[in-house]
Design a protein. Structure first.
Length: 271
């Protein structure tokens, strides 16, 4: 890394994600309760989401008090350094609430609007993924040391394994189900993991050929999008656009474009 700021930001993101992941894994109360709802009564916030975001912002602020924040659970600060941290303290909250293992802590750093560092920690899988712009994507896990990530060789679309997610608003979810119904016969299969950040990292790690979802926010994808791209994936939204709330698509070269075209034809971005 020729830019001396990048190692500092990466270490801080890794430390914050590790500590938040340990809090969430080890501090989960047996009687975990819903603290609030977001888009609908089934789109929940738990007390642990809030505690994890506070831990992350406190750790970062201790080292870089003038940086900005954008966090899912309300952390918002403009900052004066050009660096903004985009934080999802618990991606996969419903999985976490039910005791399912697919949840993560996602932390990205942007400089003047460009994502330059991303870290996704998945504590129940024992894995942490990270990337720095231009430096490739890497992961630690049950294996020894860091492993460089690379997407799978692209299969024909009818042999592609693709993941997706569903919105918590009933009308939107019904439309997403119809899109999935039309898409499934054209693919090997579809998976639904429950954490956008983990799905993007699984594309990076060669565990999925593609991923798409409607209704995601910046904090859902900021770190995972960078990790996927640094592993060789293509990412975007509707054709010619960046990932957005309308649509986020990621895939290996050879899967991304035909998947994106089908999603456009099926109106995946649309009510």
């Amino acid at each position: 890394m020729s830019d001396p700021l990048l190692p500092e930001l990466l270490r801080l993101a890794q430390e914050s994600a590790r500590r938040a992941g340990e809090l969430l894994r080890d501090g989960r109360p047996a009687d975990l309760a819903v603290a609030a709802t977001k888009s609908s009564p089934i789109d929940v916030v738990t007390e642990m989401d809030i505690a994890a975001e506070k831990l992350i912002t406190d750790v970062i602020s201790d080292h870089r008090p003038d940086d900005g924040f954008l966090g899912e659970e309300g952390a918002s600060r403009e900052g004066g350094t050009g660096i903004r941290w985009v934080i999802d303290p618990l991606d996969g909250t419903v999985n976490y609430l039910y005791g399912l293992p697919t949840w993560s802590v996602s932390i990205a750093a942007e400089r003047d609007g460009e994502r330059i560092v991303g870290v996704v920690a998945a504590p129940m899988r024992g894995e942490t993924f990270h990337a720095v712009l231009g430096g490739g994507a890497w992961a630690t896990g049950a294996w020894k040391g860091e492993r460089r990530l690379a997407v799978r060789p692209a299969p024909p679309l009818d042999q592609a394994l693709v993941s997706t997610g569903f919105n918590y608003v009933a009308e939107v979810k019904a439309h997403q189900a119809e899109v999935a119904r039309r898409l499934i016969p054209l693919l090997r299969d579809i998976r639904r993991g429950g954490s956008a950040a983990v799905d993007l990292c699984d594309v990076a790690a060669g565990r999925l050929d593609g991923y798409y979802e409607r209704g995601l926010n910046a904090w859902d994808v900021a770190a995972g999008d960078l990790i996927a791209r640094e592993a060789g994936a293509l990412t975007g939204g509707r054709p010619g656009e960046r990932p957005s709330r309308d649509l986020t698509v990621a895939g290996t070269p050879g899967v991304f474009e035909p998947l994106q075209r089908l999603l456009e034809d099926f109106g995946a971005w649309h009510d």
